[in-house]
Design a protein around this ligand. Structure first.
Ligand code: 13P
Length: 255
């Protein structure tokens, strides 16, 4: 696939996989994908499996991401994990502001912005998630909702920081539902996001920043979705839990 930006495909395992299960999965993925250089591949296990997965992927081109982190530094924040702790486990990426956290943990754009800045300061690459609900899409609010999320979550980042940031467009109605956005719907919102970045940070940054699509990505639809000009990768949930389907998604984009 001939793309303007290098594809980045990440697996968000969510709250799945024991350490033993995670080990089996990354061993298989490393065999299938550990030496390919066409696509940046990232796996995001739960915190409990990060250390083991990082160790298994030490000599692999597959990178490791976390699914969340605290906006704070060290201190009295019971139950929290900071960016430095993730770096210590050789983690390179961190998913921030996933819609499940926006919904269940009531994460706001301001909080996601603080986390994004803390991640970048520590040398982690944030994957910042945005996306509208079905009700918002049906009310024609997709652009205003996504525009606000982009402006709020990425406020105050300079050009270099934004280039190190990955944006994931995940329409909430397409997550775990088997209902994928059509490639036209995805392209339309991705182009809108890129135009917003162009307005705020200029053309060079807008051309460089990678925007993933997420929501029921499967081997059967990956090629079509990722073939869109402004779709630079995927954030994969369910289909990243098995080595075969995750590798197939990546391999289907490599021809
Ligand atoms: P599914 O691929 O299971 O729809 O999940 C998408 C997602 O939320 C990835 O972050």
């Amino acid at each position: 696939m001939n793309k303007e930006r290098k594809l980045i495909i990440a697996g968000n395992w969510k709250m799945n996989k024991t350490v033993a299960e995670a080990t089996d999965l990354v061993e298989a993925l490393d065999r299938d994908l550990g030496t390919q250089t066409d696509v940046d591949v990232v796996v995001c296990p739960p915190f409990t499996a990060l250390d083991t997965v990082s160790a298994k992927l030490k000599n692999s081109l597959i990178k490791v991401g976390a699914q969340n982190m605290s906006e704070n530094d060290y201190g009295a924040f019971t139950g929290e994990i900071n960016a430095g702790m993730l770096r210590d486990l050789r983690v390179h990426y961190v998913i921030l502001g996933h819609s499940e956290r926006r919904e269940y943990q009531k994460e706001s754009d301001a909080l996601i912005n603080a986390k994004t800045k803390a991640a970048l300061t520590a040398g982690l690459k944030p994957i910042v998630c945005v996306g509208e609900t079905l009700a918002q899409r049906e009310a024609n609010e997709t652009e205003s909702v996504v525009g606000q999320q982009i402006a709020g979550s990425l406020a105050g980042l300079d050009a270099e920081q934004l280039k190190d940031t990955v944006i994931a467009y995940e329409p909430v109605w397409a997550i775990g539902t088997g209902k994928t956005a059509s490639s036209e719907q995805a392209q339309e919102v991705h182009a809108f996001i890129r135009s917003e970045i162009n307005k705020s940070h200029g053309e060079e940054v807008a051309k460089a920043v990678r925007i993933q699509y997420g929501g029921s990505v499967k081997p059967a639809n990956a090629e079509e979705l990722l073939g869109q000009p402004d779709v630079d990768g995927a954030l994969v949930g369910g289909a990243s839990l098995e080595a075969r389907s995750f590798s197939d998604i990546i391999n289907n984009t490599r021809n």
